[in-house]
Design a protein around this ligand. Structure first.
Ligand SMILES: *[C@@H]1O[C@H](CO)[C@@H](O)[C@H](O)[C@H]1NC(C)=O
Ligand SMILES: *[C@@H]1O[C@H](CO)[C@@H](O)[C@H](O)[C@H]1NC(C)=O
Length: 350
């Protein structure tokens, strides 16, 4: 696809509009948060694409607060991209059975809600999502017990590319696991981020396109990239029990601390690919069938990248960003299938 800009003036107008509407798209507190503990907060969405755009929505009685003081309590959650404009209760942690989850050795729940396993190799990288303006890679760690034909693997790190930025999120190695120690490490554009180890502590990128927040004081966060994705992440070890049940053969000196993640995407393109990404395409026929135990999906060759922050896999479609085009796409204003291009002074060529 190519885009020819027909009118620079009209483009400037659009940019003005995009920048004006580029405020938070997460639910914001309409009331004062912590002062009234049991009071039901109101939330809304600041994205024009949302059904809830600027509508005040009251939190359910069961979860009156957006950020409850008790990290174990369910939180009030407004999905700005659901057709229903309704606040619900959810734990601020990945739900390994929910849509967009990647947990265990790794087991995915696709955009089509079909559960499947992907067998990669340890110490290799794979594109979980590759779209025109978003790439999410995973680094696998693992081992191969003597006498088995493949590696057992877990997701140790995620590398995200969007526009001209990068973000990494890693589980640090833990010889023996302790809940009292934080095992998360982050970086933005190559610089490491310090996130205080307190419940609800928050980091924002300089231009606020990213928000990183602890949902428990240690080992659990959410990551929000404006209009692109939301991610729930926790670090967990392989427990003695898992080790015994599955016969992983984990050595005594490594707990194989790894990530459990759940993605939510806001506006993937019809070209989206990747181990998980392709399951969000409308035309995707999942080779894994619902109800089949241990359905394994291949693609090791198609999705392997040469590092955590490269989009060089055979099926990758990410193009590091022309900022303007990528912004317009992010805001749903540029899509060669939507037919809006002529309206905003652009021509779509095949
Ligand atoms: C996780 O997601 C599944 C599937 O949507 C749902 O049935 C289940 O209730 C969820 N679990 C929690 C704890 O929210
Ligand atoms: C952990 O133990 C294994 C043997 O069980 C050994 O090969 C390896 O070098 C040890 N690793 C470290 C970092 O101590």
């Amino acid at each position: 696809m190519e885009f020819a800009f027909v009118s620079v003036r009209r483009l400037m107008l659009i940019m003005t509009f995009v920048l004006m509407s580029a405020s938070l798209e997460t639910p914001v507190d309409a009331g004062t948060a912590s002062s009234a503990k049991a009071k039901r907060q109101q939330v809304t969405c600041n994205s024009r694409r949302s059904e809830c755009f600027l509508k005040p929505v009251t939190c359910p009685v069961e979860c009156p607060q957006v950020k409850p003081e008790d990290p174990m309590a369910k939180a009030c959650y407004l999905d700005c991209y659901s057709p229903k404009c309704e606040a619900v209760c959810r734990k601020r942690k990945p739900n390994c059975s929910g849509t967009g989850a990647a947990c265990y050795d790794p087991r995915f729940v696709g955009g089509d809600n079909i559960v499947f396993y992907f067998h990669g190799r340890s110490n290799k990288h794979y594109a979980l999502v590759s779209d025109t303006d978003l790439q999410v890679n995973a680094r696998f760690i693992g081992l191969r017990p003597v006498g088995t034909a493949r590696d057992f693997t877990w997701i140790q790190a995620l590398g995200l590319l969007f526009g001209s930025h990068t973000f990494t999120l890693e589980a640090t190695r833990a010889e023996t696991w302790s809940d009292e120690i934080d095992h998360l490490r982050f970086s933005y554009d190559g610089t490491s981020i310090t996130l205080p180890e307190t419940h609800n502590s928050e980091w924002n990128s300089p231009r606020n396109e990213i928000k990183l927040e602890r949902t428990v004081s240690k080992n659990s966060v959410t990551l929000l990239i404006q209009e692109t994705l939301e991610l729930f992440v926790s670090v967990v070890p392989i427990t003695e029990e898992d080790n015994t049940i599955h016969g992983y053969g984990i050595p005594r000196n490594d707990s194989f601390a790894h990530l459990e993640v759940q993605f939510r995407f806001f506006g993937l393109s019809p070209r989206v690919d990747g181990v998980l990404g392709r399951t969000y395409r409308a035309d995707f026929a999942n080779p894994a069938k619902p109800g089949v135990e241990m359905a394994v999906v291949g693609g090791e060759d198609k999705y392997r990248t040469s590092s955590l922050l490269l989009s060089d896999c055979a099926s990758c479609v990410f193009t590091p960003g022309d900022k303007v085009v990528s912004l317009l796409r992010q805001y749903g204003m540029l899509s060669c299938s939507s037919g809006v291009e002529d309206g905003i002074g652009m021509i779509c060529r095949k």
